[in-house]
Write a protein that binds this ligand. Sequence first.
Ligand code: PEP
Length: 251
Amino acid sequence: MRTPFVVGNWKLNKTIAEALALVTELKNQLGAVKGVAVGVAPPFTAINSVAKRLEGSAIATCAQDAFWEASGAWTGALSPQVLHDAGATWIIVGHSERRQHFGDTNESVGKKACAVINCGLGAIVCVGETLAERDGGRTLAVVDAQLDGALANLDKTESLVIAYEPVWAIGTGRTATPAQAQEVHAHIRKQLAARYGADRANAIRIQYGGSVKPSNAAELMGQPDIDGALVGGASLEASDFVAIVKAARPS
Ligand code: PEP
């Protein structure tokens, strides 16, 4: 049985004060939720304050990216080690916005995923095709190449989560249908089984991301291979995010 994992990716939103107000509300409202793991990924500047505010709660503090080197002359970079020191326990890598605007490649995502896991943290590895790739019938090939890059040197899978996020569904209000998402999730699990064996593949959570809202969350997360959600826009309001968390059920 996989415990669904719902993570809010706040992107470049929320000052420290705003972040604290939101997590305080989440902590109050989600205190009693059972059977679902929850995380929030604030901007780097708010990680430490959010982690402290979430102490004693089951909500994990996540980071939105990390560099692969632990320390050294890397101006502007943040390693898994310093993010852990600030309070992060999970790190998202390979988000399509990092790939599109900040130069992440399948290879660099692989280095980041290894650095995160080898540091003892959880890695949420994002994969997903663009609209042109889907229309060109290349969805599965693109996802395979992204998985190959991300997982090339990754042996430990206990704290590995994959997020399938079709790029055309992120921030657009256009969601993959549950059937479209399930098809890719099942394919990802098959690829994980080929790499790690069926038992380990069955234990790895695969989140869906792309315009998840309270109105579509239950149907998406009700699919057999969808184990939670990575939520952007709808994670910025406590009521929407709480409704999405409550829509998740253990599979
Ligand atoms: C995301 O950024 O990971 C995401 C899924 O965004 P949204 O929910 O806004 O589509």
